[in-house]
Ligand binder design. Structure first.
Ligand SMILES: [Zn+2]
Length: 225
């Protein structure tokens, strides 16, 4: 409901929804029933606006296009519109969510973790900066948001590595994080025995299972030598 009312005043509200989806996915609290109910309520509240737009030849859309291509005449400019949308997305999205991200480690929320001496920027302060159109507000919000997205990507990468380490088997050919290429001859929960060297000079080394970094297609080692 709040989203519907929000949409009536500001279309940036849609970016809030995208972020909310992201966050729900991340917290594993994703429920289609809830999302569909919420969307329906939001649309019901917002539909008079859509109908008005349709009957009046889309003034809102025109207004947004004009706003982003002010000095370029009447020709509709698509790329500034997209730039504008991305800008809005980066600036407005997860900042609304920072209460949920209480222990955010970004330079804005936890400057001490990054070697700065000043106290953290509070949500209220950033909100105030944005209210008075102070540039710093957007800079800080963007910093926090980019950190948020980087974190998601890092989590994905960590998951991928965990998958790889868990599914290693004998005869797999791998590269370790230190760059050693070898074939697994023995494996237990903590260590891997790796056969390394060319055909005349084979030897075995033991490495930590975690050190496996890349899984090579079978037969790659044969091709190297
Ligand atoms: Zn933060």
């Amino acid at each position: 409901m709040a989203v519907g009312i929000g949409l009536l005043t500001k279309y940036s509200m849609i970016f809030f929804c995208i972020s909310a989806l992201f966050l729900l996915l991340r917290l594993n609290q994703f429920s289609w029933v809830q999302i569909i109910t919420a969307t329906t309520i939001a649309l019901l509240i917002f539909c008079p606006n859509i109908i008005w737009n349709i009957t009046h030849d889309f003034p809102t859309l025109k207004h947004h296009v004009e706003m982003t291509s002010l000095d370029k005449g009447t020709e509709v400019q698509i790329s500034p519109l997209i730039e504008f949308l991305i800008g809005q997305f980066v600036i407005f999205s997860p900042i609304i969510f920072s209460p949920i991200e209480e222990n955010c480690q970004c330079p804005v929320c936890s400057p001490e973790k990054h070697g700065f001496n000043h106290p953290f920027y509070s949500r209220a302060y950033i909100h105030h900066l944005q209210k008075i159109n102070e540039m710093l507000g957007s800079i800080l919000a963007t910093q926090h948001n980019i950190w948020f997205y980087l974190q998601i990507m890092q989590e994905m990468r960590a998951k991928e590595h965990k998958n790889l380490v868990e599914n290693l088997q004998k005869q797999d050919e791998i590269i370790t994080s230190s760059g050693i290429v070898g074939k697994i001859t023995d494996i237990n929960s903590t260590y891997i025995t790796l056969e390394v060297g060319d055909n005349q000079n084979k030897t075995e080394v033991i490495v930590k299972r975690q050190a496996a970094e890349t899984l090579l297609p079978k037969g790659t080692i044969k091709e190297i030598f």
